[in-house]
Design a protein around this ligand. Sequence first.
Ligand code: ATP
Length: 238
Amino acid sequence: MTAVLEARGLSAAYGHLHVLHDIDLAVGDGKVVLLLGANGAGKTTTLRAISNLMVRTRGEVTFLGTSIQGKSTESIARMGIAHVPEDRGTFLHLTVKDNLDLATYCRSNKSLIRADIQRVYDLFPRLKERERQAAGTLSGGEQQMLAIARGLLSKPKLLLLDEPSFGLAPLVVEEIFQILSEVRANEAVSILLVEQNAKIALRFSDYCYLLETGRIVMEGPASRFINDDAIRRSYLGY
Ligand code: ATP
């Protein structure tokens, strides 16, 4: 497997609180990799450790073969990692269009930017309909669409997606994952996904890591997780 991202012995702490302990993980080119785990297992922290965001880290992380350990969050983003956090990171007082324009701030080719904004409008027609509306007045699902659209506009090679289903009704979650499947089919992007909704996330993913109290305790193809009795009981509820 050609890895877009590789973490080796990655540990992370908030002050003196050690949350991640020596985890190894890899995201293959064009693959969707899922981080599964109970509340507080360290899933969000893993994404933050990769982006060097708000957390102290130790270990080695390489992206497209280059070490990104110790680099600033901004330079990691410029290298091609887009982080869509759980709180979505949109500017609530700005319009949808302004939010999208801001997401292209580190790019200069205006005609390519226009084409890419059109592409995200094709993927998310709801955002086009609401382009003059303040982001804070969008529904939860539309705000999640805007957050993902903003991530895509930086033309990432890797998308870090933290709980895209958070706070959304089941039908909206289905819609978001439907769109993510289109993203996956049409964009040259790999995805590292954190998701509590294991049922839908395992269907969407190629490979899965199970985190328990900051350690990886199981990994393998998503299909193996779907068929594992203990996983089914703990995470799929049947
Ligand atoms: P959830 O599914 O509930 O979002 P998670 O697996 O994403 O959980 P994290 O958010 O990574 O878990 O949190 C892991 C641990 O780190 C938790 O014990 C949490 O209380 C702690 N933690 C998270 N963020 C901070 C922070 N900014 N400062 C101090 N401790 C934190």
